[in-house]
Design a protein around this ligand. Structure first.
Ligand code: OSB
Ligand code: MG
Length: 378
């Protein structure tokens, strides 16, 4: 692929409004934008889905930068790869740090598809021309404020409404949403590991609201208790935090820990592993959907491309750019083409251009790494 240079840019981008989940509240994105340059003058882009704090997984944006600089970029620049699938193998000796790996691997996928002049969706084996999308709503200060938000997103036609829950903000908000908007609204809850089996009574109460699923109710590193819980619930359990690889997915499915899997490209270490999980789930009749991590247009484009694969049958978290951003870093803006739907771009690679002036506005720090000055590691 003739990769010559990698550039890292640390960006801070404010949200339109702060977002609360059971793990904490956030008011801006802190990310690494990765650009991979080849000798034929092409550039591929990827983004880290890490947060500033290790609340969702063990990574932070600082650890992502460190892993990229110390290990992953030197490995990439001293190898001669011919396809992005080789990147996963190249990075395999390094344990975890999946978001760091995915940021660089995603940029290589974009570059590869640009070199082949095909869309990223096509490169991944995607089939859809447009995708159904949903929206994730944080924990609101009051149920009334939550209802207002739900109403707005229903009006935009979003095909899945995901509500963040935690002990004390769970049964009542769900009851009120059902009361006000009825049972036709495709509704789900995401607990981000806020419960244990001691909360079985509450979790069973959630069962009465005909939710599409309850996402990651129990510990981030558990698949045993989730299997016990699934036996007690009608509502399908979906795993998010517990799945880091196709092997994790296989074990969770075998144990009956979930009936649905949320695939986040960052959490599982990249697009190649995402595709493997997709393929396994398809063979096992487990529907999947693409989870979000407040991505900019770059990460959103990667999410749209992977969602074009056939077993992404449940609408994901990839809402339009204006859900979180006053100003995004790509053009055209990621916007709904019809209620609750995004188009899968047909242009080469991710199919969006980077707005360099916007990137400059949010830039905190940048560094470039070139092949000539890099020595191999590990
Ligand atoms: O659990 O799905 C989650 C955001 C950050 C960390 C974890 C999660 C989320 C979201 C936001 O739910 C989804 C989005 O990008 O809209
Ligand atoms: Mg989740």
């Amino acid at each position: 692929m003739n990769i010559e240079r990698v550039e890292l840019k640390r960006l801070h981008i404010p949200f339109k409004a702060s977002f609360e989940a059971s793990f904490g509240r956030m008011s801006k994105r802190d990310l690494v934008l990765v650009s991979v340059y080849s000798s034929d003058g092409k550039v591929g882009y990827g983004e880290s889905t890490s947060m500033a704090f290790p609340w969702y997984n063990e990574e932070t944006t600082d650890t992502v930068w460190y892993m990229l600089e110390q290990f992953l970029i030197p490995k990439l620049l001293t190898a001669e790869i011919t396809s992005p699938e080789e990147v996963a193998e190249l990075f395999a000796p390094i344990r975890r740090n999946n978001m760091a790996k995915a940021a660089l691997e995603g940029a290589v996928w974009d570059l590869y598809c640009k070199q082949k002049n095909i869309s990223l969706a096509k490169g991944l084996g995607g089939e859809k021309e447009k995708i159904d999308v949903g929206v994730s709503i944080g924990i609101e200060p009051t149920v009334d404020l939550l209802l207002e938000k739900v109403e707005g997103f229903i009006q935009e036609g979003y095909k899945k409404i995901k509500i963040k829950v935690k002990p004390g903000f769970d049964v009542e908000p769900m009851r009120e949403i059902r009361k006000q908007f009825g049972y036709d609204v495709p509704l789900m809850a995401d607990a981000n590991s806020a419960y244990t089996l001691h909360d079985l009574a509450t979790l069973k109460e959630l069962d009465q609201f005909n939710l599409i699923m309850i996402e990651q109710p129990l510990a981030h590193d558990d698949i045993i208790d989730h299997a016990k819980l699934q036996k007690e619930l009608q509502t399908p359990i979906c795993l998010d935090e517990s799945i880091h690889s196709v092997e994790d997915a296989r074990k969770a499915i075998e144990l009956g820990s979930c009936k649905i899997i949320n695939i986040k490209v960052g959490r599982v270490g990249g697009l190649t592993e995402s595709k493997r999980i997709h393929d396994l789930c398809k063979a096992k009749n487990i529907p999947v959907w693409c989870g979000g991590m407040f991505e900019t247009g770059v990460g959103r484009a990667h999410n749209i491309a992977i969602t074009s694969l056939s077993n992404f049958t449940i609408p994901g978290d990839t809402s339009a750019s204006n859900r979180y951003w006053i100003e995004d870093i790509v053009e055209p803006e990621v916007a709904l083409i019809e209620p609750g739907m995004l188009a899968v771009p047909t242009g080469a690679g991710i199919g969006y251009e980077i707005k360099e002036d916007s990137v400059k506005k949010f830039l905190v720090h940048q560094k470039s790494y070139s092949k000539k000055t890099t020595e191999s590691v590990g």
